[in-house]
Design a protein around this ligand. Structure first.
Ligand code: GDP
Length: 447
């Protein structure tokens, strides 16, 4: 999963540091050496990794040791801030310029990067989020299947697709599409331009020509995050040749180790605006550096989880659960409701990964099993075998109640114990995050 091994490594490093209490400079230095190795193993650009660690070191040495954070937490919080920086900073770097009428978004990239799929995902996203009326334009004349692929995708998301017969001039297609957009009252035009296997002169020239003729508001490079440093090189070449306004990083759901996401901004100074996490047409999200930094550090991404829940369920419900979470209230009924919603929201594992501390939970074999799907039925059976009081206040579930619930749900007491343990861990974390107390709370309070 996204950044899995990097997250595990970093969690290990900070746990070790936390266990030491007072930190000497040598403790910090050796932890940061490990951080650098972890980054390099995640395929982060060598120079970026070195600069990263140097900046953290500089800040750590000057840090105010009188604060409420433990020394290890201070280092962790500096690392968090630097991660946010290399991912794009705290500004609105992920914002699309949608002020045009129509707004023209041009997608460029190599074949296989996910350009055509991303064009459709982006159209779908803009239609749902901003109520835009997008038009997809099939201007990739080099991959014969691309035009039909875009038409098929357009149908699925009910977005019109403008195309011309094979062999037409891509620049003309893009220019003609502007009129078509006006006729169709579309206010966003997404151009799917030529992809090649490798960067070559002709492709770059074509991109430049289209750019000059239609003057797009955004020129976004679609790059495959799984290719790591190769994606960074491609981004640099494209940016040098055509000057990009942003990037879409695809295949972040795969075993993308993080190298591309963590290096691309520093190397090219082009912001990543979106990331794609799957083949489905709703698998695209704005790229939030702060949320991603938290995920990389194993702190979950509750905000994105809430966004996705909001898309999957109605506003009212979402608001209620958000309020409950913020008040630190979380009972077994919420747990069960969450499970049901999760099923609607997408692959369970991807969702669970957004919960704080997931990597620690997931590392138990029981949790791995629970995520496999069928186990969910048992979780459900156990919770349904509880009384209302037990679900609201699981702390009352003593030994004899445990036996009764296990019997009633056809499970073993050990399985119930496991569920309650996981629930308690999750609740503790949620409470700390929302109250600002405890290690998780102190961490979150910083931001
Ligand atoms: P193009 O040649 O750049 O237009 O690439 P396509 O859009 O045809 O995508 C190439 C392949 O990558 C297709 O099989 C897509 O389904 C797949 N793909 C695209 N984006 C993602 C993504 O975010 N995650 C995963 N897992 N697959 C993706």
């Amino acid at each position: 999963a996204m950044f899995e091994s990097l997250t595990k490594r970093l969690e290990g490093i900070f746990q070790n540091l936390e266990g030491r209490g007072r930190l000497t400079e040598e403790d910090v230095n050796s932890a940061l050496r490990e951080v650098r190795i972890a980054l390099i193993e995640a395929d982060v650009n060598l120079k970026v990794a070195r600069q990263f660690v140097d900046r953290v070191k500089e800040k750590a040495i000057g840090a105010d040791v009188m604060g409420s954070l433990s020394p290890a937490q201070q280092v962790l919080s500096i690392v968090h801030d630097e991660l946010v920086e290399v991912l794009g900073g705290t500004g609105e770097s992920n914002k699309l310029d949608t002020n045009g009428n129509p707004t023209i978004i041009m997608l460029v990239g190599l074949q296989g990067s996910g350009k055509t799929t991303s064009a459709a995902k982006l159209a779908n996203y803009l239609r749902k989020q901003n109520g835009s009326r997008p038009l997809l334009v099939a201007a990739d004349m080099y991959r014969p299947a691309a035009v039909n692929q875009l038409k098929t995708l357009g149908k699925q998301i009910q977005v019109p697709v403008y195309s011309e017969p094979m062999g037409s001039d891509p620049v003309d297609i893009c220019v003609h599409s502007l009129d078509y957009a006006r006729e169709q009252a579309c206010n966003v035009i997404i151009l799917d331009t030529a992809g090649r296997l490798n960067i070559d002169e002709r492709m770059m020239q074509e991109v430049v020509n289209i750019r000059e003729r239609v003057r797009p508001h955004e020129v976004l490079l679609v790059a495959d995050a799984m290719t790591g440093q190769e994606a960074v090189r491609v981004a640099k070449d494209f940016n040098d040749a055509v000057s990009l306004t942003g990037m879409v990083l695809t295949k972040m759901d795969g075993d993308a180790r993080g190298g591309a996401a963590l290096s691309i901004r520093t190397v090219t100074s082009v912001p990543v605006k979106f990331m794609a996490l799957g083949e489905k047409l709703d698998a695209i999200q704005p790229f939030y550096p702060d949320r991603l930094a938290q995920r990389i550090l194993g702190m979950g991404d509750v905000l994105t989880l809430i966004d996705q829940a909001r898309d999957a369920i109605d506003e009212e419900e979402a608001l209620q659960s958000q309020q409950k979470l913020q008040q630190g209230k979380f009972d077994l009924e919420d747990f069960l409701t969450a499970m049901h919603r999760l099923k609607k929201m997408g692959p369970l594992r991807q969702i669970m990964e957004m919960l704080p501390g997931f990597n620690k939970l997931a590392s138990t074999p029981e949790m791995e099993e629970a995520l496999e799907g069928d186990q969910l039925k048992y979780v459900e059976a156990m919770i349904l075998s509880m009384t209302k009081e037990e679900r609201r206040n699981p702390d009352v579930i003593n030994g004899s109640r445990r036996k009764r619930i296990a019997m009633g749900s056809g499970t073993k007491v050990e399985e119930l114990n496991q569920l309650l343990k996981q629930f308690t861990e999750m609740r503790t974390m949620i409470r700390q995050v929302s109250s600002g107390k405890g290690p998780w709370g102190q961490m979150m309070r910083q931001y």
